[in-house]
Design a protein around this ligand. Structure first.
Ligand code: ZN
Length: 259
């Protein structure tokens, strides 16, 4: 039986970091049923498991690869390893801006290996996802609507095969919401197209990244407000499973894990 390693957790160790990690872990383990799967909450013990695995799946909010681990994972992909990375995997460490209450994400070697760097997300909203034609998007319509955090991600590698995009000309975040960033490098040359999913070939292997995937429970919710397209009164729903409740996201995950 082929082996997979799932990393699902927040930072600091054991924290949920605004996500229903238990729910995501259960859903991912269900989808990983055909695999013999080991599970960790972060990357600290990655070297113990990765060499025996064909597949690495990550759903994290805070944990990121050290520079040495980023090299290890890239080497593992070069020799055929497949990494399926979701949602907060493009984040990592945020640094406080001097003389400010705001924080800004810090680019790491982790983002080079992954191929994406998270800038910010506006409040949870409903938006349309456009889907490119690929074996990885088989069974998914050319576009679908989803409620989720729309991640603004800066793609690090121009050679990626873009799978999912959305259109939004300007980050609608209210003043002071989320993370600060210098320049919106997530928007394409047309001023509105943003990448939300891609496959990055690395040697004989690859990394597939889908920015979609927010979920929280009442106990783990950290979203102060949401867009009226999610909730009329702008209050964050006590339980939010967004894309996890959609057949399109499930199909994308099935395809990615099987590819
Ligand atoms: Zn989230």
């Amino acid at each position: 039986m082929a082996r997979a390693h799932l990393v699902c957790g927040g930072y600091p160790a054991g924290a949920t970091a605004g996500h229903d990690m238990d729910y995501a872990r259960r859903r991912l383990l269900e989808l990983l049923e055909p695999w013999q799967t080991t599970v960790s909450n972060d990357f600290t013990d990655l070297a113990k498991y990765l060499p025996q695995c064909e597949l690495l799946v990550t759903y994290v909010a805070g944990p990121f690869l050290t520079p040495e681990q980023a090299d290890e994972v890239e080497h593992w992909m070069e020799t055929g390893g497949r990494w399926v990375a979701l949602h907060g995997t493009s984040g990592g460490k945020a640094a406080r801006i001097p003389d400010s209450k705001r924080r800004k994400m810090v680019r790491q070697e982790h983002h080079r290996a992954l191929g994406a760097f998270f800038l910010n997300h506006p409040p949870l909203a409903q938006f349309t996802v456009d889907v490119a034609s690929s074996s990885l998007t088989e069974g998914v319509p050319a576009s679908f609507d989803v409620q989720d955090e729309m991640y603004l991600i800066e793609v690090q590698d121009p050679s990626v095969e873009v799978l999912l995009t959305t259109k939004m000309s300007k980050d609608p975040s209210p003043e002071g919401f989320g993370f600060a960033y210098d320049k919106d490098t997530s928007v394409g040359p047309d001023g509105e197209t943003r990448v939300l999913g891609y496959r990055r070939p690395v040697g004989k292997g690859s990394v597939i990244y889908y920015a979609l995937g927010h979920c929280h429970s009442q106990a783990t919710n950290m979203q102060p407000i949401v867009d009226p397209s999610v909730s009329d009164d702008g209050r964050s729903p006590p339980q939010f499973r967004g894309p996890w409740a959609s057949k399109e996201y499930t199909q994308l995950l099935r395809n990615a894990l099987a590819a």
